[in-house]
Design a protein around this ligand. Structure first.
Ligand code: SF4
Length: 134
């Protein structure tokens, strides 16, 4: 069994724990005793909220919506090219403030920081918000 150290993605507190992995399947969680935030404790989401990882409905490949409304599986490289081109087209046609970025309370502080950088430095909009007012 492997124990993989990670940051909980359920809220912005940033608790740390080890994900217990057996044959590529998550079988449990062990809190990190000496982490300055969680200090060996977790809430119920951190302890038990991992069943989605292996859920049969989970998307494993990016999908691009087609003209007829169906979704077509694609590669990550193609998906990122499509996203970048769509952003460029929107910015060229309507300006950078036509785009808004929504980040998430389920992201780490570092991921939310990167979302801010993407919005303000790359897209050049101050339209950024998040859902952390829980
Ligand atoms: S264990 Fe609970 S309090 Fe800690 S980061 Fe995860 S959701 Fe937030």
């Amino acid at each position: 069994m492997k124990n993989v150290l990670t940051t909980c993605g359920y809220c912005g507190c940033g608790c740390n724990y080890y994900v217990n992995v057996d044959n590529d399947v998550i079988v449990g969680i062990t809190p990190k005793p000496d982490h300055p935030v969680s200090q060996g404790k977790l809430c119920v989401k951190g302890w038990h909220g991992y069943s989605f990882v292996h859920h049969s409905d989970r998307l494993k490949q990016p999908l691009i919506k087609q003209q007829d409304g169906t979704f077509k599986e694609t590669t990550w490289e193609e998906a990122f090219k499509y996203i970048a081109q769509s952003f460029k087209n929107t910015i060229n046609n309507y300006g950078p403030d036509s785009i808004g970025v929504l980040s998430s309370a389920r992201c780490t502080n570092e991921e939310n920081y990167l979302a801010t950088k993407l919005a303000r430095s790359v897209i050049k909009t101050n339209n950024i918000d998040h859902c952390a007012r829980l």
